[in-house]
Design a protein around this ligand. Structure first.
Ligand code: ADP
Ligand code: MG
Length: 303
């Protein structure tokens, strides 16, 4: 459906993205992961047709997405894009912002859609409130609902929950991603937050050094991380004898020949993350309780 074929792009001389290729199926959710500055936002903007490519092609079905040199009005009906910096109409209400692109010829349909989307982003109580008085997180939710108003076939979301506080984030994510799946809307999410990915993404694409490091299902990449960068996305890990061992795979046992000296315990909720010295190298493991600094413990790798 979406085909990104060998695209390269630079703002000035240095290339931000080099020979990127991947595809997204109808209704599929793909996460684009990478460190800050790795080119996630740039990639979404290219898919949206905001800039001209140095090389390569982008297609949605049979339509080639063209940059501003070849397409005067940026954007296509089948695709919506919610930027990191969203632009809304500040002096009109939440409901009016969401319905802005819906036709007034069908007032009932417009009202229905607006109502449904207010529920998805949990802003029903704010329908009549002027956007300028909202918090950053609430504005982000309005931008999301507005992008969904005229049901696109594909939506591009740039860090869609970054402004939303933790209290709201969890349920909102579930609402939005469930809605996209139900409506079979393909979705590309740029994020560095694993909570935006796990449980939702069908596949993830990791950007590193201007290139695609890997594309795969979250399960596959989690269970067999080929590089420390991939592992680091999922959580704390160690490299022991060239193997990537997650902190929870290293366990405190009665006795073993892996002896480490406890240096620090960090409270993490249902467990403590323990930092310990193993033959002069710092390792991390998880334990139910905090451990005493400088105690010597036996560790075992559980895989
Ligand atoms: P990410 O979203 O992963 O943080 P970006 O796509 O925003 O990364 O940026 C990728 C690189 O491109 C960075 O080095 C950034 O400084 C540069 N960059 C982003 N936008 C522009 C721009 N408008 N002009 C010049 N350089 C830019
Ligand atoms: Mg970005």
């Amino acid at each position: 459906m979406l085909q990104v074929k060998n695209i390269s792009f630079s703002y000035q001389e240095t290339e931000v993205l080099k020979q990127i290729s991947f595809a997204v199926e109808a209704g599929e959710q793909l996460s684009i992961i990478g460190e800050s500055g790795s080119g996630k936002s740039t990639l979404l903007k290219l898919i949206y047709g905001e800039f001209d490519l140095n090389e390569g092609h982008i297609f949605w079905k049979e339509t080639e997405v063209l940059g501003p040199k070849f397409n005067l009005v940026v954007g296509y009906d089948f695709m919506k894009y919610v930027a990191q910096e969203f632009d809304l109409m500040p002096f009109t209400s939440v409901a009016e912002n969401i319905g802005a692109f819906l036709s007034n010829f069908y007032p009932e349909e417009k009202q229905e859609r607006t109502k449904e989307l207010l529920e998805v982003v949990e802003l029903t109580a704010f329908a009549k409130v002027k956007v300028k008085t909202l918090s950053g997180g609430q504005k982000q939710r309005v931008a999301l609902a507005r992008a969904l108003a005229k049901q696109p076939e594909i939506i591009l979301l740039d860090e869609p929950f970054s402004h939303i506080d933790n209290f709201k984030k969890q349920s909102l994510r579930r609402n939005v991603f469930k809605y996209l799946k139900e409506k079979n809307i393909a979705c590309i999410v740029a994020t560095h937050d694993k909570e935006d990915v796990l449980g939702f993404a069908d596949r993830m694409l990791i950007l590193n050094n201007h290139e695609v490091e890997v594309v795969g299902t979250p399960e596959k990449l989690y269970h067999t991380p080929k590089t420390p960068l991939i592992a680091s996305f999922f959580g704390e890990f160690n490299v022991i004898e060239n193997n990537i061992i997650y902190a929870h795979q290293l366990q405190f046992v009665e006795n073993s020949n892996l002896k480490a000296t406890v240096k620090q315990s960090y409270f993490k909720g249902h467990y403590y993350l323990i930092e310990a010295d193993l033959d002069g190298k710092m390792v991390l493991f998880e334990n139910k309780t905090a451990l005493k600094n400088n105690d010597v413990v036996s560790l075992k790798i559980m895989t």
